[in-house]
Design a binder for this molecule. Structure first.
Ligand code: ZN
Ligand code: CU
Length: 491
């Protein structure tokens, strides 16, 4: 192993992080060590006295973890629009998986009149690309502060091939064309296929259409199928069944997106859904992602509001003055029903209070559950998960509620996620891995973002390194922009 040779002959390095409590990302015990970085790599881990270093950080009392990997994002466009990515860097996130829920910046032909969820962020129009290669060039030119792994979206493929009228199943010639585009996207470095079968853009797509496309993944090692299932409310059990069947029939690894049981009628159903997932895991590769909140956020859509106890309108194109207000208050003021108010406000974004805390905790604890924020950048008053997800898991759920150990929590946002997305050179603190690192205070770490004041950086993150570059120093973001497009072939 070249890593070991380097370690024994190590005499100097660029940066030496001394006296850290190392949480290595595997879920194993925390141990005390020094970590040496040269260029973009970890070059030494252990007692490293006697090494000359260009720079040193004394991290006594702090925990050093691999940079967090956000398993579920819609950051495709923000990486180009707001490349400092402060809402991720300040949480210790160094890599995001983008292109989720069926919508991706590439391969995608922008056009007028696309249905939801293409309205989920206003930036979609500005930064979308017909090929993954073009997106990759754009990312590498812009150099955002963090890395990106891109999934190709099923709805993006549908829009590109079928145009704006997506309320129907694709014809077989269209499926073939989508399969070609997907194959090309994967060849150009996309890491899998995502779907969003709960949204108008893909609701009419039968399972067969998705199975045919997911089968393309079989020709591309290290790829996955991720899905925002057809129904997260009353039909959640059926929808999980469909997703598991799709994965099995296509014979590809499956990731269930932002798993939840929405609506009070469905509280407690996570016992059943997780048991189904466990049964499937005995035969196939199945994992899931989850965010640590009982409220969801998405486009404002009539059929999502039934399950929610409360709905906050975050933005509205025709009624910007309604941003930040409760849907019920708007409806009362207008003298209309919730549904009618919703129709008038669209296109719009919303937060839905629709989950049970016990379900959220049960799902978070599942051994195959990774942390994914599902944050929606580019809107005013976003769901606090955009700025708070990772510190909230470490502070609120691991330290305060003791839902799991700190090492487990870190594993769910590093090693586990790296394995599921085949990010083979990240997610662990080992010699030879890329130097994506975060140094934090385990006693102080907490999310400050809440529903009233959602754009608050978290507390307790001291340093963040992305590909060896110090991107956050003593809690302040630096000018470094060392992020890369992480190609599924060059691991
Ligand atoms: Zn989704
Ligand atoms: Cu999503």
């Amino acid at each position: 192993m070249p890593g070991n040779i380097r370690k024994t002959t190590l005499e100097e390095c660029d940066l030496l992080i001394r006296n850290a409590s190392v949480i290595d990302g595997t879920g194993g015990p925390i141990r005390n060590a020094d970590v040496a970085v040269s260029g973009d790599e970890i070059v030494g881990v252990g007692p490293l006295d006697g090494i000359r270093a260009q720079a040193e950080i004394d991290s006594t009392g702090l925990c050093l973890a691999p940079g967090f990997i956000d398993a579920h994002t819609h950051d495709d466009w923000a990486l180009l629009g707001t490349p400092d990515m402060s809402f991720k860097v300040t949480q210790g996130v160094t890599t995001v998986v983008a292109g989720n829920c069926g919508i991706s910046a590439a391969p995608f032909r922008v056009q007028e009149g696309l249905p939801d969820p293409f309205n989920v962020t206003p930036e979609i129009q500005k930064f979308s690309f017909e090929s993954v290669t073009e997106y990759r060039y754009a990312i590498n030119d812009e150099a955002p502060a963090i890395n990106v792994r891109l999934l190709a979206g099923h709805s993006a493929l549908r829009a590109t091939v079928m145009g704006p009228d997506l309320a129907r199943a694709a014809m077989s010639v269209e499926i073939n064309r989508m399969a070609e585009l997907l194959d090309k996207a994967l060849t150009e470095g996309a890491a899998g296929l995502s779907s969003g079968l709960d949204y108008p853009a893909a609701m009419a797509a039968p399972m067969e259409e998705v199975v045919m496309l997911a089968r393309v993944l079989r020709h591309h090692p290290n790829t996955v199928y991720t899905t925002h299932i057809r129904d997260e409310g009353d039909g959640v059990i059926e929808a999980i069944k469909e997703a598991l069947t799709t994965g099995q029939r296509a014979d590809v690894p499956l990731i269930l997106s932002h798993h939840k049981c929405a609506g009070s009628r469905n509280f407690g159903k996570s016992k059943t859904t997780l048991a189904m997932i466990d049964a499937a895991r005995a035969k196939a590769e199945v994992a899931l992602d989850v965010y640590p909140y009982t409220a969801s956020s998405s486009a404002l859509i009539e059929r999502f509001i039934g399950a929610a106890i409360d709905v906050i309108v975050i933005w509205s194109a025709p009624h910007p003055e309604c941003g930040g207000r409760m849907l019920d208050d708007i409806a009362a003021e207008w003298g209309v029903s919730r549904e009618e108010a919703c129709t008038k406000l669209k296109p719009a974004g919303a937060i839905y209070f629709d989950m049970d805390e016990e379900d959220v905790q049960r799902i978070l604890q599942h051994p195959a559950a990774m942390i994914g924020s599902d944050g929606l950048p580019g809107t005013e008053k976003p769901h606090p998960r955009l700025w708070g997800t990772f510190p909230r898991v470490l502070g609120h759920y691991a330290r305060d509620l003791k839902l799991f150990s700190l090492a487990k929590a870190v594993h769910k946002m590093t090693g586990l996620t790296a394995t599921k997305f085949s990010l083979t050179d990240r997610g662990e603190i080992t010699v030879g891995k890329k130097a994506d690192l975060v140094l934090f205070n385990a006693e102080a770490i907490s999310d400050l973002a809440d529903f009233n004041d959602p754009e608050q950086p978290a507390k307790g993150i001291h340093y963040v390194l992305v590909n060896g570059q110090i991107t956050l120093s003593r809690g302040r973001q630096t000018q470094a922009r060392a992020g890369r497009f992480l190609n599924s072939h060059s691991q």
